[in-house]
Design a protein around this ligand. Structure first.
Ligand code: SAH
Ligand code: SF4
Ligand code: F3S
Length: 476
């Protein structure tokens, strides 16, 4: 009988993609995927370390899994991903029932590790080198790329796919654990990415999202010629079957005009930029080692908006970073008010062991103040998102249908027949329609707006009102 595997994933899109690849590889090796840990011979947790909360969730899940292991001793419990790289063998001390600790740069050794454990040679710990353990090339090699053939049946939405264009990070923002858990910045060869996008499109994928920690610093020199992100967009743009291209996450310092012009000129590339600011205070930005001032970030926003009119821009902010005063926070509030982001992700600062901030700066903003600032900033951003979304009511938007809507399911049960999709500027739209529309791009008339969701109706079902397109769509 086929062995069963349960795979639980937290963290960013890097982890979502890693889990898809792990699932693809295990399926190819004859495993069967199951949706409950109870039914599984192998339980794998793909983990995140970016904030303490993400780690706590995993350690408490591991606590619960102790009984699962006691019930069936043959069962294999594995910790994959960033926490595996960060805590390494320490995981075995806190959770001795764990059989496998596998860093994100070691996923290619998963099958070998499972075999070793089955043969009684566990527990197995495979992690990559620490950032100070050798030359850059040696460390980079220890964070190996993992690219097994992809199976569309393991993707939540089959016609959308993440494509890794680079991994790792060399920025070393003082609060961030990513450079140590994901290793040095490495760009994948453009030819490999092109071939992967072609294969995905042949499988029916209509939208690809190119991912990297700082995706706009993509730079492939492997063919002897320099290929930047803008060049890569041109190279994949005409892939037959492909309808949309997105890319995340951008760093403000690499938002070159070439890239902006590529987004403007290539109709399949969405006019959408996720470009985290982190703070509006120069003092905080310096302590965070972000490498730009609030004024420089602002100028970058202006450049995006002048070259790609109507582009949707989103950001991340950290509140309560070391020494953040009320005045520093007000500068962030001011930036958020002026920038009119489509939406923002706001995080309370969480000290990460091993980072410069955790070693050198005091985490001195009290938790209630962090919470208050988080809520205040969120409320300001939500009001802006709502206002800007309401301005879209009455317009037609091109929506790529993802599938049945969770909102619809929650409100009215699975028979509700509501679909969810995204506009070119990455806004979420909920509307009535048949599930067979999944993967299609349809015109939707926007009728109502909330801060994060637009509600509308398939334009085909409407009397023909005058055609108006949102600014971003007009730009094409
Ligand atoms: N590579 C991306 C994002 C990486 S992590 C970038 O450079 O912007 C995603 C987000 O988590 C970050 O943008 C930041 O806002 C947040 N984050 C990272 N480390 C954090 C920490 N120690 N505490 C709180 N938030 C953090
Ligand atoms: Fe972390 Fe900064 Fe790298 Fe983003 S750019 S992953 S925040 S170190
Ligand atoms: Fe978390 Fe690792 Fe992503 S720390 S945010 S899963 S790169």
């Amino acid at each position: 009988m086929a062995k069963t595997v349960y795979l639980y994933t937290v963290g960013c899109q890097m982890n979502v993609l890693d889990s898809e690849l792990v699932a693809s590889e295990l399926l190819a090796a004859g495993y069967q995927l199951v949706h409950s840990p109870r039914a599984a011979d192998v339980i794998l947790l793909n983990t995140c370390s970016v904030r303490q909360h993400a780690e706590d969730k995993i350690y408490s899940a591991l606590g619960r899994l102790k009984h699962a292991k006691q019930r069936r001793r043959q069962r294999i419990i594995g910790v994959l991903g960033c926490l595996a790289q960060k805590d390494q063998a320490q995981i075995l001390r806190r959770a001795p029932h764990v059989d496998l600790v596998l860093g994100p740069g070691q996923l290619g050794r998963l099958r070998e590790a499972l075999e070793e454990i089955e043969n009684g040679r566990g527990p197995v710990v495979y992690t990559s080198w620490p950032r100070t353990a050798g030359t850059r090339a040696e460390i980079a090699r220890s964070f190996a790329s993992f690219d097994p053939p992809r199976r569309s049946e393991v993707r939540a939405i089959r016609h959308q796919a993440l494509v890794r264009v680079m991994f790792g990070c060399d920025k070393f923002c003082t609060y961030c654990v990513v450079p140590s858990v994901r290793g040095p910045e490495q760009s994948r060869p453009a030819a490999e990415i092109e071939a992967e996008v072609r294969r995905l499109a042949d499988q029916g994928v209509v939208e690809v999202t190119l991912i990297g920690q700082t995706v706009n610093s993509y730079h492939d020199r492997s063919s002897g010629r320099s290929v930047r992100l803008a060049d890569l967009l041109y190279r994949i743009h005409d892939t037959p079957g492909l309808r949309r291209i997105k890319f995340v996450t951008n760093h403000p310092n690499h938002m070159d005009d070439d890239l902006l012009m590529a987004v403007r000129d290539l109709p399949k590339v969405n006019p959408y930029f996720h470009v985290p600011a982190q703070s509006g205070s120069d003092r905080m930005l310096k302590l965070m080692k972000r490498g730009y001032t609030a004024a420089e970030y602002w100028q970058m926003l202006q450049r995006i908006r002048s070259i790609v009119p109507g582009a949707a821009i989103t950001s991340d902010f950290i509140v309560g970073f070391c020494g953040e005063s009320e005045e520093d926070f007000q500068q962030t509030v001011d930036l958020v008010r002026r920038a009119r982001f489509k939406n923002c992700f706001i995080f309370k600062y969480s000290p990460r062991p091993g980072t410069k901030a955790a070693e050198l700066l005091a985490d001195d903003v009290p938790e209630p103040v962090k919470r208050l600032r988080n809520n205040q900033l969120l409320a300001i951003q939500n009001a802006i998102s709502l206002e800007d979304n309401q301005a879209l009511v009455g317009q037609f938007m091109e929506v790529l249908v993802e599938g049945p809507s969770k909102v619809g399911r929650k409100l009215c049960g699975p028979a509700a027949g509501q679909l969810v999709g995204r506009t070119r500027c990455d806004r979420i739209v909920v509307f009535d329609g048949q599930p067979e529309l999944a993967g299609r791009i349809v015109p939707v008339l926007i009728q109502r707006a909330e801060a994060v969701t637009l509600f509308g109706a398939l334009a085909d079902c409407q009397p023909t009102p005058p055609l108006a397109a949102c600014d971003a769509c007009k730009a094409h």
